[in-house]
Design a protein around this ligand. Structure first.
Ligand code: GAR
Length: 201
């Protein structure tokens, strides 16, 4: 009689990305996970039919699901998500509040990136350039990124990772944004991969 030990480690987790805009973080994640032993991006969900991410994902052979507010508020979005059998959801520049029904289904398996050091400069209306303009107006000397779990309030789930960068007196908001984006591109995919590695389900 032979005994087989089946290791679950090599099962690739299925990632869905939600994005609303140009999608530079989404692209980094798609490309990083194309070679990962932990997961693959299998779909991009997008609420903005004009978003740059739509073409970028399609160019990389990732299906894109475009949805409107009505779909997002109903079971239709859950049905769509179910059809991709997702294990994790990554918000990469996604600007709508996630509905409770999705958060409950993916408890501690939805992560977001925010372009500031939360809890500062978070909350409704604090996204993208609004954040960098506020940091610039307040003459901060440091800003950064936060990767956090998503709950049903804006930017207030448990923090997983933060990294900071300087803000120089001569910076304008665009320069701050560029420096922060570099940090996002450097860390987001590797932190998501570390979370997948820890997820033994
Ligand atoms: C990123 O800087 C991300 O942190 C931010 O939107 C940008 C999207 O850029 N997200 C938020 O502000 C969420 N509150 P991208 O489309 O190039 O990845």
């Amino acid at each position: 009689m032979s005994i087989q030990i089946v290791l679950n480690r090599n099962v690739l987790k299925r990632l869905g990305i939600f994005a609303s805009g140009s999608g530079s973080n989404a692209v980094k994640i798609i490309e990083y996970f194309a070679d990962s032993h932990e997961g693959r991006v299998v779909v991009v969900f997008c609420n903005n039919p004009k978003a740059g991410i739509i073409e970028k994902a399609a160019e990389r052979n990732i299906p894109v699901e475009i949805f409107d507010r009505e779909t997002f508020k109903t079971d239709a979005i859950i049905d769509k998500i179910n059809s991709y059998e997702l294990d994790w959801i990554v918000l990469a520049g996604f600007l709508w509040l996630m509905p409770k029904v999705i958060i409950e289904k993916f408890a501690n398996r939805i992560v977001n990136i925010h372009p500031a050091l939360l809890p500062d400069y978070g909350g409704k209306g604090m996204y993208g350039m609004n954040v960098h303009e506020a940091v610039w107006r307040d003459k901060l000397t440091e800003t950064g990124i936060t990767i956090h779990y998503v709950n049903d309030h804006y930017d207030s789930g448990d923090i997983i990772f933060q990294a900071s960068c300087p803000v120089f007196p001569e910076d304008n908001p665009q320069e701050i944004q560029a420096r922060v984006l570099q940090l996002e591109h450097k860390y987001f995919a590797t932190i998501v991969e570390a979370l997948l590695r820890l997820d033994q389900n």
